[in-house]
Design a protein around this ligand. Structure first.
Ligand code: FAD
Length: 416
């Protein structure tokens, strides 16, 4: 499909595709075949290769060691890295690191960028975003946030309980969402505060075991449950303006939702490629499986939906570049999460037993993609926003106009 991406976007995505096909996917295949994990040293070697090809950290400005692509230009590359379980990691564009880099780059001070962003981009340190809380704290409804940060002199004193902090096990710092003004509405009284892992009172309780994994890699940041008990950090560790935590999180999530959409679209696309290859090779009931109309129609539907999702994501990205795109992003995220789940499920089905086996990446993809209907806003939360927008649009004059019946027709209909 031709999406008329910019020449720059096409050039970089083409080179990312070549890197995936020549280096990353063969390494992933080997690891799945042998069951041996890809070591941290090997990942660092992939980073060096990505640097040699000018592909490393495409989302980060050049002055901090990335490629400095603008949002629309980098999106197609995210689709290419999504085709491999280790694709995003191999060019340092994996979540949540990518979103945390973006946050620091957007609103961090020069000092914060030097101290935290520069080594983060280079992979010398790792980070995590700590927002979700156990019951009855912030989850789908982030206004329920319970974690607090209270000023004591020139320090914040942070208390709270978080879980599902991705990469929280090996993070060197956390971006913690905390209420900093309990008298204000949470949207106005919440801040993001950078907490170094080695600060007193940071207690990583456990890794939350879960469905899906990061692929066959040694590096595993996990999803951590963390308690922050009287953690003291300097007030200068506030990320962006005090009280602007929700606005900053929205800025982080807007783009992050679309990069996630592209990674999962790439995963769904590779699943379809594997399924089509299998169907063309495998025979049953007197012909190749690819000739069975029941399967052909389902593949046709999957290709159509995937194309629709990609188009929606690009539209949302263009709107985001221009300013506010909350509804476009919600629609693209909810739709892409569902169709990538359906597409990967279909690919598993088409490959029979080998869809379930772990020689192919499909079983990993299948486990991995399920979370996408929950993270970055569950389906229902996005539907809620979209519905609110849809009904807000209806005014009284429109109701009257839309419900104006032709009286003659109504009488005729009744007479009959
Ligand atoms: C793999 C993974 C990685 C994650 N990484 C991070 C991370 O790095 N940092 C972080 O802070 N959090 C992270 N999370 C947490 C994630 O953001 C939350 O799970 C998500 O926001 C949903 O919140 P919750 O789990 O509290 O669900 P709840 O708020 O308890 O909701 C449960 C379910 O109820 C339904 N629901 C909710 N609201 C409505 C409604 N209004 N109408 C109808 N139905 C509704 C939805 O189906 C939802 O899934 C991660 C989660 C996973 C699974």
């Amino acid at each position: 499909m031709e999406y008329h991406d910019s020449e720059k976007a096409k050039d970089v995505a083409g080179r990312v595709e070549a890197f995936m096909d020549e280096v990353v996917i063969p390494r992933e295949r080997e690891a799945l075949r042998t069951g041996e994990q890809i070591t941290n040293d090997e990942i660092e070697d992939l980073w060096e290769q990505a640097k040699d090809r000018d592909l490393f950290a495409p989302q980060v400005p050049e002055e901090y060691g990335g490629q400095g692509l603008d949002f629309s230009d980098m999106l197609p590359s995210f689709e290419q890295v999504g085709r491999s379980l280790i694709g995003a990691l191999s060019i340092r564009a994996n979540a949540p690191q990518e979103g945390n880099m973006h946050t620091l780059e957007m609103v961090g001070t020069d000092e914060q960028k030097e101290e935290w962003l520069r080594p983060l981009v280079q992979g010398e340190i790792s980070s995590a975003f700590s927002m979700t809380e156990p019951m009855q704290g912030g989850g789908s409804d982030p206004k329920m946030l319970q974690t607090t940060a209270v000023k004591d002199g020139d320090e914040w004193v942070i208390n709270g309980h978080k879980w599902w902090t991705s990469d929280g096990l090996d993070a060197d710092f956390y971006l913690v969402m905390a209420r900093t003004d309990l008298d204000a509405h949470p949207y106005e009284g919440t801040s993001i505060i950078l907490v170094p892992r080695d600060a007193d009172g940071v207690n990583v309780v456990r890794n939350i075991d879960h469905m899906g994994d990061h692929g066959p890699v040694e590096r595993a940041g996990g999803h951590a449950e963390i308690k922050y008990d009287n953690v003291r950090v300097p007030v200068e560790n506030t990320i962006g303006e005090e009280g602007q935590g929700f606005q900053i999180a929205q800025m982080r999530l807007g783009g992050g939702r679309l990069t996630h959409c592209m990674r999962y679209s790439g995963m769904a696309q590779r699943s379809l490629e594997i399924a089509k290859a299998y169907l063309s090779e495998r025979e049953g009931f007197g012909s190749a499986l690819e000739d069975k109309q029941a399967l052909r129609h389902r593949i046709a539907d999957a290709e159509t939906r995937l194309h629709a999702a990609r188009t929606m994501v690009r539209h949302a990205a263009r709107e985001l570049d221009r300013g506010d795109a909350r509804i476009e992003v919600a629609m693209a995220k909810m739709y892409t999460a569902n169709i990538t789940n359906e597409t990967i499920d279909l690919a598993v089905q088409c490959c029979g037993g080998n869809g379930i086996g772990k020689d192919l990446p499909l079983a990993h993809f299948y486990e991995n993609v399920r979370a996408f209907r929950i993270v970055d806003g569950a389906d229902e939360v996005h539907r809620r926003s979209i519905a609110r927008w849809a009904f807000d649009d209806v005014d009284e004059a429109e109701v009257e106009d839309a419900l104006r019946f032709d009286e003659d027709l109504r009488i005729d209909a009744l007479d009959e």
